[in-house]
Design a protein around this ligand. Structure first.
Ligand SMILES: [Zn+2]
Length: 271
């Protein structure tokens, strides 16, 4: 009798373990599928107007193209940036943060209606959360994507990882997580972009001269993906912007926004 009970108990434990194991796998799959499926629904749902917007270009790529990209906004500065871009007929890309969107919904809407790319940076931008697992990253991505959709009626597939794909901070939370994330993005028709021109405006308060010099001295033939920030502390970025545009136009560069047809630029993954 005792043996039978022990046997039954053993079988029960095996079943429970199996169930948990399969359950976990299924959960991952369901999550992945959810994002993909939603995407298809989105494409169908997207109004003709929204799709038309996606194709609008203020300016076009050339053999010397500048993709201005603004991370960590929106903030009160974003409207000033939008004014400068409009005056100069320049398109740009905004990698927005979810926690800032609520306060600046009109700004996000304006950026989109002005013809810029509103792209996905992160909902929380909290490394210790998003880089602990692929699941956490995807949950975060899904919420920023939904927030942007609610404003623009357009599901963005353009992504920039907080810290870029080359960041080494993520290793502290989970070694290899950037590889997992970028593999997932590549597999699911998302397009992530790093940068090859750094305005240096990420580090504290930098003068407009440093930002200007850092950008114009790095420009070259081909695609220049410029990292800038429109977070609330980046007033000098706004000051440097018209000067950078002026220099670029005088030197034969054109401006374009990132779309899924833009040739991706990826940092080396170091995790
Ligand atoms: Zn960021």
């Amino acid at each position: 009798m005792k043996l039978a009970v022990r046997l039954m108990f053993g079988i029960l434990i095996t079943f429970i373990s199996l169930f948990i194991f399969i359950g976990a796998d299924d959960k991952d799959m369901v999550k992945s599928n959810l994002l993909t499926e939603k995407t298809f629904i989105n494409l169908k749902k997207a109004s003709p107007k929204a799709l038309e917007k996606e194709n609008t270009v203020l300016s076009k790529p050339s053999s010397k193209t500048i993709y201005l990209t603004f991370d960590d906004g929106p903030s009160y500065l974003t409207n000033q940036i939008l004014d400068i871009l409009k005056q100069n007929n320049v398109a740009a890309t905004f990698f927005v943060i979810g926690s800032h969107i609520d306060e600046y919904q009109d700004t996000v809407k304006r950026a989109y209606l002005d013809g810029h790319t509103v792209a996905l940076h992160s909902d929380s931008h909290v490394y210790s959360y998003i880089y602990t697992s692929l699941d956490n990253y995807l949950a975060d991505l899904n919420s920023i994507r939904t927030k942007v959709y609610n404003i623009t009626q357009n599901y963005s597939r353009i992504v920039r990882l907080p810290g870029g794909a080359s960041n080494t901070v993520s290793k502290k939370y989970k070694a290899g997580v950037i590889t997992e994330i970028t593999n997932w993005l590549n597999k699911h028709d998302y397009y992530y972009f790093d940068w090859n021109v750094d305005s240096l405006d990420a580090s504290g308060r930098v003068s407009k001269e440093v930002i200007y010099n850092s950008v114009v001295n790095s420009l070259k033939e081909g695609d220049n993906i410029v990292l800038m920030h429109d977070a609330a502390t980046k007033a000098t970025t706004v000051e440097a912007l018209p000067l950078i545009i002026e220099y670029a136009k005088a030197n034969g560069y054109t401006f374009a926004k990132i779309t899924k047809n833009t040739i991706p630029y990826h940092h080396k993954i170091l995790n």
